[in-house]
Design a protein around this ligand. Structure first.
Ligand SMILES: [Zn+2]
Length: 347
């Protein structure tokens, strides 16, 4: 790989800028739950390639070029997944629409975007119902990962923990296709939890602790989870988690969790990135910005966008080799289908 141009791979991007028609169709679908006569048909949603192109060129792609990232793993807007709304059929239709749009973006900009699937999860429904959509996205769309919502209830946590056999059908498919899952919740419909400020970070921390408490990776040694948003509170409280693991008679965290769990760099200030990369082994940290996402403003103390996370990695005291692992090497290792897709194009 020495002769190849190094890549900057952002493993966490969502289609947050999709044309307004998508949201309008979704609102009609939600209205149709109460009044089936007004339920829209999938064929009523028409979005042209030009519209898709425009929303990407003016937003995500413009910022990628400005900030110097090459390729984004691109999935449907997380807060719009809203798995708590309606039943399986509602989620299934919605997931298919959202995944197809991400696929079309990946076809329009094949050098810059590759898909990750949203699943048609629904509270109280067996996760194995998600497998047909998952397989379609992997086989027909060339997607390289999934987003798995540990709480399809939207902030009420009615599903069993991620270590429960409830989730095993998804894990079996993940291992079969060697794809990772980003553990990613959606909108909170619990007024106690702000979606991106509390529910997301709570869920990251909760997912990590669920894995710590259980022995999931004994059953699935090849299973790979990305815990986004810098791993929630886990890296900051690493001493607490090491201590709890010890009390629970679990192996050291390196052995118990760090062959399977990875953290992204969606941490929006320099001290946070410095802590993350100091506490967590570099092999477990993958570059991501979640741009254009939850925090869209400019940090007045730096004059730069909060979510311009590449800047923090660049400014960290990591060695060039370590930075390369975070920007590219780790993503290729964890997302093996992404690596294969890049290699097929000589990248
Ligand atoms: Zn996200």
């Amino acid at each position: 790989m020495s002769s190849k141009k190094p890549l900057i791979i952002d493993i966490h991007g969502h289609y947050t800028t999709a044309p307004k028609a998508l949201e309008e169709w979704r609102n009609k679908q939600i209205a149709g739950i109460k009044d089936p006569s007004s339920m829209p048909k999938v064929s009523e949603l028409n979005i042209s390639d030009d519209e898709l192109r425009e929303t990407i060129e003016l937003n995500q792609l413009a910022k990628m070029k400005e900030r110097g990232s090459d390729l984004t793993v691109f999935s449907p807007r997380a807060s719009f997944m809203a798995h708590h709304i309606g039943d399986f059929n509602i989620s299934s239709t919605w997931a298919a629409i959202c995944n197809e749009l991400c696929y079309r973006v990946s076809q329009l900009f094949p050098d810059h975007f590759i898909g990750a699937a949203m699943l048609p999860q629904s509270p109280g429904v067996d996760p194995k119902t998600c497998i047909p959509e998952m397989e379609k996205c992997l086989k027909d769309y060339g997607f390289v990962a999934i987003n798995l919502n540990p709480d399809p209830s939207g902030g009420h946590w009615t599903s069993p923990p991620l270590t429960d056999r409830h989730w095993y059908p998804i894990y079996e498919k993940m291992v079969e296709h060697d794809i990772p899952a980003m553990i990613h919740v959606s909108t909170s419909c619990n007024a106690c939890f702000h979606t991106t400020g509390a529910h997301y970070i709570n869920a990251d921390t909760t997912a990590f602790m669920q894995c710590l408490t259980g022995d999931l990776f004994k059953d699935f040694p090849g299973l790979k989870f990305i815990i986004p948003h810098g791993g929630g509170a886990a890296p900051y409280h690493w001493g607490r988690y090491r201590g709890l693991a010890q009390e629970l008679k679990k192996p050291l965290l390196d052995e118990h969790l760090l062959n399977n769990i990875f953290f992204d760099t969606c941490v929006y200030h320099q001290p946070g990135i410095d802590l993350l990369t100091k506490v967590i082994p570099v092999k477990n940290v993958l570059f991501a910005s979640e741009m254009i996402g939850a925090v869209r403003g400019i940090d007045p103390t730096t004059g730069h966008y909060f979510d311009d996370t590449k800047r923090y990695i660049d400014a960290s005291s990591l060695s060039p080799e370590e930075k390369h692992m975070i920007f590219e090497g780790n993503a290729r290792r964890v997302y093996s289908r992404l690596d294969a897709a890049l290699k097929a194009k000589g990248r």
